[in-house]
Design a protein around this ligand. Structure first.
Ligand code: GLU
Length: 255
């Protein structure tokens, strides 16, 4: 099975912007084990800006483009340094791919990026992808890693995309404000739930339910299942791959 795992900033970092060491160590261990069991894994990781904020000692996530790009330049190094160090402990080789909207829109560049990804998988490496935030301006930005992860899943014909976030999945209402909100375990028709999208709840990442449902649309259109699950418990990854009912699964066919 070919799996894309998207890790959101809120899963990787404390609200301070500094690395959540326990969480990231656990994630790298479990992803390594999943790879050892024979699955092909691609990681789409956010966290560059968030970690840059921590490392540069900024008081909050920047809103202006130059500071965001500067924070991403600093944070992306720390991100890859951390992944390289932790995955190396389990004998896995990481590869960094940074892409922009142009790399997806332009046919040749898209083909190059898909070919590189496929070759990395053949070589047994673990591709770790993020948007190239340091050069992404308004004209070429993909904008959020939920969409980026779905584009990656589509490009490499993945079987499953797992979005790890700070929420358990898609609810019938906003669980932060409505105590009657129920978790929806399975969605087979995106039109049934499209009205349930709210904005981004966290102050660390970019995505929210809107971007996750857009990602689900891309996945369902290309026959890839998508799961939204809570990244606070990295063991959710095992449970999802064992077919347990975790988070919200978007599927066009039988599980
Ligand atoms: N590319 C951004 C970062 O690494 C994250 C975008 C997102 O979380 O959707 O900080």
């Amino acid at each position: 099975m070919r799996i894309v795992i998207k890790i959101g900033t809120s899963t990787l970092a404390h609200p301070t912007g500094h690395l959540n060491i326990r969480r990231v160590e656990e994630l790298c261990k479990i992803i390594s084990d999943i790879k050892n069991s024979g699955q092909e894994v691609i990681v789409v990781s956010s966290g560059a800006i968030g970690m840059g904020v921590g490392k540069l000692g900024l008081r909050s996530r920047p809103t202006d483009i130059p500071t965001k790009q500067a924070a991403a330049a600093v944070g992306q190094c720390e991100l890859m340094y951390t992944y390289d160090k932790l995955f190396s402990e389990y004998n896995h080789t990481v590869a960094q791919l940074l892409i922009t909207g142009d790399d997806v829109k332009c046919e040749d560049r898209h083909a190059n990026f898909s070919n590189t990804l496929n070759r990395l998988l053949e070589l047994g490496a673990l591709p770790i992808i993020n948007e190239n935030d340091t050069v992404s301006t308004k004209e070429i930005v993909i904008g959020d890693n939920d969409t980026l992860a779905a584009i990656v899943a589509e490009s490499v014909k993945a079987d499953k995309l797992i979005l790890l976030s700070d929420i358990d999945g898609l609810y019938t209402a906003d669980p932060h404000t409505n105590p009657d909100a129920r978790l929806i375990h399975r969605v087979t028709n995106i039109n049934d739930v499209i009205d349930l999208a709210g904005g981004s709840n966290g102050n660390q990442g970019t995505g929210g339910m809107v971007t996750k449902l857009q990602a689900a649309q891309i996945c369902l259109a290309c026959g890839c299942d998508m799961v939204i699950a809570n990244g606070n418990d990295p063991a959710n990854l095992y449970a999802i791959l064992e077919g347990q009912e975790v988070g919200t699964t978007f599927t066009g066919g039988a599980l």
